[in-house]
Design a protein around this ligand. Sequence first.
Ligand code: AOF
Ligand code: ZN
Length: 356
Amino acid sequence: MASEAEIQAMRRAIGLAARGLPTALPNPVVGCVLLDPDGSVVAEGWHDHAGGPHAEVVALTAAGERARGTTAVVTLEPCNHTGRTGPCSEALLKAGVVRVVIAVPDPSDAASGGAARLEQAGVDVEVGVLTAEAEQGLEPGEGNEVWLTAVRQQRPFVTWKFAATLDGRVAAQDGTSQWITSVEARSDVHRLRAQVDTMLVGVGTVLADDPLLTVRDAEGSPLTRQPLRVVADTHGRTPQDARIRGNDAPTWIATGAEVGTTADGAIDLPALMQQLYARERRHVLLEGGPRLAGAMVEAGLVDRVVAYLAPALLGAGPNALMDAGITTIADVWRLDLTDVRRIGGDVRVLARPRPR
Ligand code: AOF
Ligand code: ZN
């Protein structure tokens, strides 16, 4: 049984882990707290970026000799492999840690086995402390859900974002769409973009809006780390002078010829997701349009929905979601609300699909 001090330390470690959110990809976010036998904190650490030291190693380094005899409280099972860095299981053993408390087992084939290795070496191991909190985060969207889902499904986690009027429209009848939501909602979208490694749009959106799809800070300057921009473009219709092709950020125009097509001739979206995973992409922000969103929903490739709803009405024009293969109310796609808040003059809804 985990002690009260260990549970408190795990909550702290989950908070620390979230500090790695924008930069840890394609790695998980991980936090670690080392406790004395009397429950006081000796040192702490989190995983900042892939290639950098793991959370455990950061905490062990900070503790130095004081690590001996401590309990390590970690949000993810310590790795047991040499990837960009060495195995945390061995580092913990070498430092003389006597007990390890873990929130979530590592689902990856390459790195798992740390808990077994530690136990076999005589360390007291406990798995399953604050598991849900570590996956979901203390704040919505700040846990390890993205990375865990990606590894479990062997495809990137997909967040579908749209901005619509109260009657669900993303553009007017004549196709004009700027700007449905407030400036505050638009800067929130840039914060969202900064947390992913990939942005996906359909070629229809490129042809209609010619989006740049870069991430900018509050002052409007581009960030140094820009997500990969991907266009789902079955027949290669992206114009040569489209803004998305510019060298502001990396771009992949994914065509049917390259990725593969389904029986009805459309780009094979599960194959596209697998190829992105193979390129170490773990979090895709799907930004439209309605047709691609419909196909992604139909293919079961949406893991989180972020909707910005403006108190405005259009009465005509395209809806956020088209043709998701749902024809009768019994098949309605139900979501669970995870967060609702006011952003500027708009409402932001976070929702998670229920398994179908
Ligand atoms: C941990 N602690 O802080 C992290 C872990 O290439 P590497 O060396 O960075 O290893 C990446 C893999 O290690 C990653 O896919 C995941 O399985 C695990 N991440 N493990 O013990 C950490 N970031
Ligand atoms: Zn590790």
